[in-house]
Structure formats: C-alpha cells, structure tokens
Ligand binder design. Structure first.
Ligand code: MG
Length: 482
C-alpha cells in the first residue's frame, strides 16, 4: 500500500514538472500590430453595417475581440492623422497640421520632427523589433522617414498614391477625372515610388499589387521578428483614390471596384491573423484595425461611406473623424462592443503601458491608456474629443454632446451624401457659428437635430474647455509649409 502511495506521489510530481516545463510561459511583452486603412469610412465594412461589401475576416475579428463605435482620429486628413497616432499628441503640437497646406506633398521639405517620439521609438528603446509597412506621409526626406523614427525597416510608398501625377498621360488633369481613372495600366500615370528603408526600389509603384505586397511583407516580418517582442505598423495605401486591386480581387464584390479594394484589405487582415495563429503568437499579440479619416465623398462610387454618420474626409462632422475600430487579442481582451470615446492618440500610452515602456514626462500627451477598457476592467479616462481642421478647433465632444464652433464644406461636398439639416448652409471657407450648433451624438449620431437653444449651459461649458485647451498649445514651426 505504502509502495503504491509512494509511486503515485512520484508520478504526480513528475507529471507536474513536465507540465510546468511544457506550458510556455506567456512572455512579459506582447506584440503589437496596427493596421491603418486610408480613407476607409465608418460604414465601409460588414460589421459596421455595409450591406454589399463582404468582410468576413474583419467581422470575425470584431466578434472575437472588441468593436469600438466611438473611436476617433486626430484629424480628418492623412498627414496630421498619422502624426497623431504615432506620437500620441495632437498634430498642432508637432507642427504637423496647417491651414495653408492640408497634408505633405512631394515638394514638401518638412516632416515629423526628430524631437517627436513615435510609438516605434519608445518600443524600440524597450527591446522591441519594429517595422513600418505601407503609406508613410510624415515626410519623404531624412530625417523624417520611418527608419529615422524608430522603425528598424520600412517598405511602402512615402506619400499618397494620387501624388506625383504625370499630367501628360491619359486621365485628364483635374482631380475629378480620377474617378474613372483607375484601371489596368493607369498606375503608370502616378509616379509614386516604393521605398525600402531609405532607397527607392520601384517607380512608378505598381499600385495593383500594393495591398498584396504589403500583406506578404507583414507576414514575412512576423516570422522574422517573432523571437523578440515586435511592433508592426501596417498603413495600407488604399482605399484612397485612385483605386487598384490585385487581379484576384477584380470584380469580386457586389460593392463595385471600391468593394473589391475593401475585400482585398479584409483578405489581408485574415492572412495576418492566420499567420499569428499558426506561429503560436495569437494570444500574445494585440492587433488593432482602424482608418486614418472618413470617406472621400467627392469621388462618388470610388469613395466610401460613413454609414449613418454625417460628413466625410476633410470635415469635422462625425463622418470625417469617427472611424471603424477593432481590437483583437484572444484570451486577454474581453469580447465586447465598446462605446466609450477613444482616439488613435490613445494607442501610444496604451502600448507603452502594456509593454512596460515608460511614457516620457517631458511633453504633453493627448492620449489615455485604454488597458482597463480592453480588459473589461474599467471606464475611459477621456473626457472630451477635439475636432481640429488644420490649426483650428472646429468642434468639441464631451459625453453625449458635440458643439460646432465653426463649420466648413468638406472638399467640395456632394450634398447627395448629406444627412445634414438643410438649414445649415456650409461654406467653402471657415464659418463661425453664432450661436454654435449642438448635437446629442449618442441620441442623434447623424447630427440632424440642433439642440443649441435647449442647452446654452452646455455651450458655455464647451467654450471654457476650448479656452483652457488653447492656453496649453505652444506655437511650433509648421512642417507642412516648409
Ligand atoms: Mg486618409
């Protein structure tokens, strides 16, 4: 009897030791992948309500993780929006927004200043390997390139895919001609380069292959960097016009060419999540999918949709700055639909917290750590969202309410897309609203019913928030007009 008991104890001990050795301990530092689409609207994917664009991978990602319905960008156009995400700071603080030139262009000399600390820089200093893939648009000259800003490697186009236009080629010279200008060999009309690190490796970029090649690069980087913690910033060039997709995605979507492009991005996301699963990294990797600004309505069926939200790219109504957002991290995130307010500027403090990197205390941050929300263990610390257009605050949201101090037409808005109350006559220049417009954007997300007359006290509170905010803005050199 005693022998049996002794044997059983020994076997239990041996089994315990083997089990302990077999179970991989979860590494301290999770991996991070941020997937940032370009000009993809709030209503452009299945799980956010599109009825004819099929996005099964993004839909599944949202069900397995978290779908965020009140998620904002730092600005309604590319360059400042990207600066906000990567620095955790409003673009006005780094000189990366302008009323004169809205974004960086191929003739720009400026870019994200070396004094700015990106997510990549902070993680790199904390033992992470880092890679930037896709559209950069924060300066195409050193010292503004990804590898100057904490990324170990870079592969992608340095600015928008509609820039460097060769006007002598077919397609016309006005921007609206580009609507019908996105088929077959038309990429030759855009002399956009592809860079690897700091070298141009292809020009013009074959834009039909960009989404596929960015995906292949991301999969390769996951495999290459998996033995240490890693951060990948995958900024798709599309669905920014002109639209291109791989041969395999031609005419696959009920949603036309725009749908084809989104379905290829959905495929890409599926490939990335599948790679993480196969490599045994899924439970140690936070993946975030979102977009840099709202849809570009002036391109009609070549632009997307903000769904039930009013407005579009280049504007401060909800459709310009509220974007779809999905967070995925199996086993760590609480599966949920999150309706708290958050922004892309919250990613930097969140990733610092999750990785153990210290948040610098020598500068102002405009983001908040989202860890408690991701784990279902608390509320958002964010009290309000600022809607900047260029260097000016046009609107503020606090809780349910959003006030518009200024309005402006969004890049030649097509009123056919508008849900707006027709009494609001949008001008092509900045117009001060006196009294300001006020909407309850939870009850009325389409911003149709102005309730300013009912709540003068809320408008006064918002004015005080604005005044206080502006006191903290220190003028810096503008990078977009250099
Ligand atoms: Mg954009």
């Amino acid at each position: 009897m005693k022998t049996h008991l002794f044997t059983a104890i020994c076997m239990f001990f041996i089994a315990f030791v083997f089990t302990a050795c077999d179970t991989p301990t979860k590494p301290d530092k999770p991996n991070f992948i941020i997937i940032f689409a370009d000009d993809l609207g709030y209503g452009d994917i299945g799980v956010f309500g599109h009825p004819s664009i099929r996005t099964p991978n993004l839909d599944k990602m949202a069900v397995e993780g978290q779908k965020w319905t009140n998620f904002y960008v730092a600005a309604p156009v590319c360059t400042p929006s990207r600066a906000g995400l990567l620095t955790g700071r409003l673009p006005i603080r780094s000189g990366m927004c302008s009323d004169k030139r809205r974004v960086l262009f191929p003739d720009s000399n400026g870019g994200l200043p070396p004094s700015e600390l990106t997510i990549a820089r902070l993680l790199q200093g904390n033992g992470y390997k880092t890679a930037a893939i896709g559209k950069w648009h924060l300066g195409h000259l050193s010292p503004h390139l990804p590898t100057d800003h904490g990324f170990d490697s870079y592969f992608g186009i340095p600015y928008s895919n509609d820039m460097d236009r060769i006007k002598s080629l077919p397609g016309g010279s006005s921007i609206s001609d580009q609507i019908t200008f996105a088929e077959e060999e038309d990429f030759m009309a855009y002399n956009v380069p592809i860079m690897r690190d700091k070298e141009i490796v292809e020009r013009p970029a074959d834009q039909r292959t960009l989404t596929r090649r960015y995906t292949e690069e991301t999969v390769a980087k996951i495999k290459e960097m998996k033995d240490s913690p890693f951060f990948i910033y995958l900024a798709h060039s599309l669905p920014h016009i002109p639209l291109f997709r791989d041969e395999a995605f031609k005419d696959v979507s009920l949603g036309g060419i725009y749908g084809d492009v989104i379905e290829e991005i959905d495929w890409s996301t599926g490939q990335i999540l599948e790679t993480l699963r196969k490599e045994g990294l899924a439970e140690n990797t936070l993946v975030v999918f979102t977009s840099d600004n709202g849809p570009w309505h002036i391109f009609n069926t070549h632009g997307g949709t903000a769904g039930m939200l009013n407005g579009a790219k280049g504007g401060t109504f909800e459709g310009g700055m509220r974007v779809p957002a999905i967070f995925w991290w199996p086993g760590t995130l609480r599966q949920d639909v999150v309706m708290d307010m958050a922004t892309t500027m919250d990613l930097l403090p969140t990733l610092c917290k999750l990785s153990g990197a210290k948040l610098p205390d020598d500068r102002v941050y405009d983001g908040y750590d989202l860890t408690a929300l991701l784990k279902g263990a608390g509320k958002s610390e964010r009290d309000y969202v600022m809607y900047y257009w260029g260097e000016k605050v046009y609107a503020i949201r606090k809780g349910d309410y959003k006030v518009h101090f200024y309005t402006q037409n969004e890049y030649g808005r097509n009123t056919a897309h508008s849900y707006r109350n027709p009494e609001i006559d949008l001008k092509n220049t900045r117009t001060e609203m006196e009294p300001p417009l006020l909407y309850n954007v939870n009850v009325d997300p389409s911003e149709k019913f102005n309730v300013a007359a009912d709540h003068p006290e809320i408008i006064e509170e918002m004015r005080a928030i604005l005044e206080n905010h502006l006191k903290g803005i220190i003028p810096v050199e503008n990078q977009l007009v250099k």
